[in-house]
Design a protein around this ligand. Structure first.
Ligand code: AMP
Length: 465
């Protein structure tokens, strides 16, 4: 199958050829004709499958077919709206729109939170055919009359499962209420929970079903290895692996923002060019770190789960779990950052005794044992005792020794969370709203209880994203 046979115009084919793609990926081969036909689509596809081009290419084709008419009216209403869960993903989708649409006369704009709204309002003034947005900022812009969604012809929900995980369902419903009833809807999701099915039922009209990758396929594609190691020797082992293996590009996951910062400083001390990317960094700093990493100026990018979501780096060779995630599904998302497209990847987890239960939960989810190799010189102490892991001020995840209601930092009233259980907010509901730190507890306001400089364990409790 070739791109030429899919009904895309020459100007789009030229941009595809320049991007270096010779053949459509399976999701593209199915999604492009289906979108061009005009019906709704429910697509099960993870990042790495080429899903972005799967909806962007036919969208560009469709919009180009009628641009001339619209332009005669001298206006550019938003005709395609692409919603994404994170600003990184929004920026990347927008890059794809620009790349594939560079020979077309369509205009595209991206808007997301965390940066000043005014330049985005200015950008929207001249009109835009395609708008890529995160839900919260989009609603702000609509409320300020900076944009109207009344003429949207195609709606794309990208990574819909992530949007729901992050509590965007209410924002999505508000956006849906602003759209015309007559439109085409494309829903992309890596997983199909009951919540996603409910959204699909409400949103989609007799959708074509497109499924190209089973859930968790990354775990089959990527070489995985666990290096058992003591918790206080992880950093030394990591530097050793990077240097000894001469790794030039490694994405490293920590559980907390503070952990990401601390590890970055330590790697720099070890002479390894590193940068951190997480929710407390400004958008500018995050974009710069990502670009430096892509260009090879930074060898190690240290990220938290949410910040790393949607990061698109071709052929990322190494992913390291410096700390295992407490939610097993996050492990699958993390290792999915390597071994993309046709490339081979390796995912390494540095696992200390505190994380044994996390590891077992992950192995249960991926239905296989991960190969364990002790690195000579880094043998774990056989007498070491497990300690509970602090995820946030008020939350510990136990490895057996935690007293109920006490965090590692000894905070009274700290809630103990069952393994794999997602944190909930005070009213017992899943968190909602549009900030990006909602899957784990937010730290309580500044240190009302803390006296003097924080101890390491307390520092680990500074919240996650
Ligand atoms: P996505 O699943 O959209 O995040 O895309 C994953 C990666 O695959 C991106 O880096 C794309 O540049 C790349 N890609 C998309 N389509 C193709 C294609 N037809 N051939 C080769 N690579 C592709």
């Amino acid at each position: 199958m070739s791109f030429e046979s899919l009904g895309l115009r020459a100007d789009i084919l030229r941009a595809i050829a320049e991007a270096g793609y010779s053949n459509p990926t399976p999701i593209q081969a199915q999604a492009i004709p289906a979108v061009l036909k005009g019906g709704d689509i429910l697509a099960g596809a993870q990042t790495g499958t080429g899903k972005t081009a799967g909806f962007t290419l036919p969208l560009l084709e469709k919009l180009s077919r009628v641009t001339a008419d619209k332009l005669v009216k001298g206006r550019r209403p938003v005709r395609a709206l692409i919603l994404t869960p994170t600003r990184e993903l929004a920026a990347q989708v927008h890059d794809s729109v620009r790349t594939y649409g560079k020979y077309l006369s369509l205009r595209s704009t991206v808007v997301f939170g965390g940066v000043s709204i005014n330049p985005q309002m200015m950008n929207l003034r001249g009109g835009t055919d395609i708008l890529v947005a995160t839900p919260g900022r989009l609603l702000d812009l609509v409320n300020q009359n900076a944009v109207s969604l009344r003429e949207v012809e195609v709606l794309v929900l990208d990574e819909a499962d992530r949007m729901l995980d992050m509590g965007f369902i209410h924002d999505i419903k508000k956006v849906l209420a602003l759209l015309p009833k007559q439109r085409q809807n494309l829903l992309f999701s890596a997983t199909f929970s009951d919540e996603i099915k409910a959204l699909a039922d409400k949103l989609l009209n007799q959708p074509s079903l497109i499924e190209v990758a089973r859930r968790n396929t990354a775990s089959e594609r990527v070489t995985q290895r666990v290096h058992p190691v003591d918790r206080n020797r992880k950093r030394e082992l990591l530097s050793h692996l990077i240097k000894q293996g001469d790794w030039q590009q490694v994405l490293i996951f920590t559980r907390t923002k503070h952990g990401a910062n601390k590890l970055t400083e330590q790697l720099l001390d070890d002479g390894i060019r590193a940068a951190a990317i997480h929710g407390n960094k400004s958008q500018g700093a995050r974009t710069k770190a990502l670009e430096d990493f892509k260009r090879g100026e930074i060898r190690a990018l240290v990220a938290t789960d949410i910040a790393a979501r949607g990061i698109d780096i071709d052929q990322l060779p190494h992913v390291v779990n410096y700390e295992l995630p407490n939610v097993p599904e996050d492990y699958v998302h993390r290792i999915g950052r390597t071994g993309r497209a046709d490339a081979e990847g390796i995912a390494i987890s540095l696992v200390c005794i505190d994380e044994d239960k996390f590891l077992r939960d992950i192995e249960k989810l991926i239905k296989r044992d991960i190969d364990k190799q002790v690195v000579p010189g880094f043998e774990p102490d056989p007498n070491a005792k497990a300690e509970p892991i602090v995820l946030g001020r008020r939350m510990t995840i136990g490895a057996g020794t935690a007293k109920p209601g006490k965090s590692r930092a000894g905070k009274p009233g700290a809630a103990k969370l069952a393994l794999g259980q997602k944190p909930k907010n005070g009213n017992g509901k899943k968190p909602s709203g549009n900030n990006q730190q909602q899957r784990t507890s937010k730290p309580a306001s500044a240190s009302t209880h803390r006296k003097g400089p924080p101890k390491p364990a307390q520092q680990r409790a500074q919240g996650n994203s």
